[in-house]
Design a protein around this ligand. Structure first.
Ligand code: FES
Length: 565
């Protein structure tokens, strides 16, 4: 390493106007913690921990932090953990997405302002890994992402259940009257029963896979179940490796490159990953000045097969992917499409990593490149008069019979309007209509919640309808499924065409042509635009004000404009 740079506690001294006194004072307080003089001279590895009573997915985090510390000490470093904001997906209103950038700022500034030579980022629940990688990418201190790991599905009355594709499946059956209130109450306690993140290929599992595909996590660690002993060993190994990075830095800027982002996009497509992950990867790449245009996604999607058979698009759980060979098995199949010269945090290139791995794979979970589940990637971007800047459909989780059609719009102007009318007996809706939700985009008061998976109207659900075309500027949980067009941009709240759709308008969807068009002439749209009510006043203070004034649209990752280089 550069001998002129101070390391460990001598880094980034607090300013008192006397450098020697600053170091003396810091050591005084460091000794208050009971460390020996020898320990205080070691390189420092920070450990960003995000345990919280409001984040049950992270309940194994304290155990992992202790294992990271063990690894750091064994390798000759000084481990100092620090807390950050914790984002529990179902515990935050209006949505945890509103606070991802706040956590990213927290992570970035704590890495930068505290004396650490490397950092291990411990997180997992949906927004945590994106926030940690965004912050680390900006701080550009050597960093390793350690995920808490997926929960285990557990048997219940003859079938395995795991959050949260099964949550949605049973709730849909309850809404349709197929199971009783007593049944749904009983099942509530069986869906998420171990530590760890949602056990399907939802956003958390997708981001864990992306972190490994980018090269920011140790090889083979994305899919290790939260409760498996290998998860603890991965934590210890991450701590050990972080000390080596402290002494011979490999920075996020060397790992997160245009080539590794393309690798991560390929993996996102091949695993049938979450639509949310596209927003997050775009934001992470944006921190290094790398653009992820939606047309790039379409180019890659056309040539990347879906290989992994996990819920919500398939049958298996993340723990099955671990047993089937983990992400390495996927990367080996994709190798002809990948940039194998990308550097990873272990100091190897991706190609060197893959060359050194045992070729075990369970083909029930990870298909061969030549025998894919789908020949094209799981996500596609749509453009058209309804979404001039793009929209997303997860075609691997959608019903292909709904891909090429024109439908009548049934419009809900807000989430409140949706909740008030979706189950109304007199709602004017049929199975071939398109449900449209407005004002649920990034800068709306709703802050882009996972509401794009609009419920099937009660009377249609009871009649057996399981899927309809649904269109919004919202997001969708990675654990959800259906023919759902998301992230419509520009959003309704800033005057996008989505806000001009009226009940009964015709909308044409063509996944084959990558189009979504509002079939209303421009003169009529101009009249509607002129008649729009003025936007509500912006929030008067605090984070809400910062959020609304600074959040970019979905195609830019919903990052704050001022956080990009
Ligand atoms: Fe935490 Fe799904 S709720 S990962």
């Amino acid at each position: 390493m550069n001998e002129t740079q101070p390391i460990g506690l001598a880094r980034g001294l607090t300013q008192y106007g006397d450098t020697d006194f600053s170091l003396y004072l810091r050591r005084t307080f460091a000794r208050q913690a009971g460390w020996s003089t020898e320990m205080l001279q070691r390189p420092v590895v920070g450990i960003a921990q995000s345990a919280s009573g409001f984040n049950p997915c992270h309940r194994n985090s304290p155990e992992l932090v202790e294992a990271v510390k063990r690894g750091v000490i064994a390798a000759g470093g000084l481990p100092l953990d620090f807390p950050s904001i914790s984002l529990g997906e179902s515990f935050q209103a209006p949505t945890s997405m509103k606070f991802r950038n706040l956590m990213a700022m927290d992570i970035e500034e704590m890495i930068r302002s505290q004396p650490m030579d490397a950092v291990v980022l411990v997180g997992g629940c949906d927004k945590s890994v994106p926030a940690q990688l965004m912050g680390a990418a900006s701080a550009d201190v050597p960093a390793i992402q350690l995920v808490v790991g997926p929960m285990l599905p557990m048997p219940y009355q003859g079938e395995r259940l795991g959050a949260c594709t099964d949550c949605r499946r049973f709730w849909g059956r309850f809404r349709a009257g197929a199971i009783s209130a007593a049944d749904i109450d009983q099942i509530e306690g069986k869906l998420a029963v171990t530590a760890g993140t949602c056990g399907v290929m939802g956003t958390a599992s997708t981001m864990a896979s992306i972190a490994e595909a980018l090269g920011m996590s140790l090889p083979g660690t994305a899919a290790i179940p939260a409760v498996h002993a290998d998860r603890i060993r991965a934590a210890e190994a991450s701590g050990r490796r972080a000390v080596e990075l402290a002494l011979a830095p490999i920075r996020p800027s060397q790992v997160i490159t245009s080539a590794s982002v393309e690798n991560a996009l390929r993996v996102l497509l091949a695993i049938g990953g979450s639509t949310n992950a596209l927003i997050h990867l775009t934001a992470i790449a944006g921190r290094r000045g790398i653009a992820v245009p939606l047309r790039w996604l379409n180019e890659l999607s056309d040539s990347t097969p879906v290989l992994v058979d996990l819920k919500p698009t398939g049958q298996h759980y993340m723990s099955d992917l671990f047993a089937a060979g983990g992400l390495g098995a996927v990367l080996r199949e994709l190798a002809p499409l990948l940039h194998l010269d990308c550097l990873t945090v272990v100091g190897q290139t991706l190609g060197e990593r893959l060359a050194g791995e045992a070729p075990w794979v369970d083909r029930a979970v990870v298909r061969a490149f030549a025998e894919p589940i789908h020949p094209q990637g799981g996500l596609a971007a749509l453009f058209g008069t309804l979404a001039p800047n793009g929209a997303i459909i997860k075609r691997s989780a959608a019903d292909p019979r709904l891909f090429e059609r024109t439908g009548r719009a049934v419009v809900f102007s807000s989430l409140e309007d949706l909740a008030a009318r979706i189950d109304a007996p007199d709602l004017d809706v049929g199975a071939d209509d398109f449900l449209v939700l407005q004002n649920a985009g990034p800068t709306s008061a709703a802050a882009m919640p996972e509401a794009g998976y609009l419920p099937i109207p009660g009377k249609l659900a009871r009649a057996g309808i399981k899927d309809m075309v649904r269109i919004s500027d919202a997001r969708m949980s990675g654990t959800a499924y259906g023919t759902v067009v998301l992230h419509v941009s520009p959003e309704a709240a800033i005057g996008g065409p989505l806000g001009l759709v009226r009940q009964g308008d015709l909308i044409r969807l063509s996944v084959a042509e990558r189009r979504i068009d509002l079939l209303v002439d421009e003169a009529e749209l101009a009249l509607r635009r002129a008649a729009l009510p003025p936007p509500p006043p912006p929030p008067s203070r605090g984070y809400a004000r910062l959020y609304q004034s600074s959040t970019l649209q979905a195609e830019h990752g919903c990052d704050f404009a001022f956080l990009r280089p």
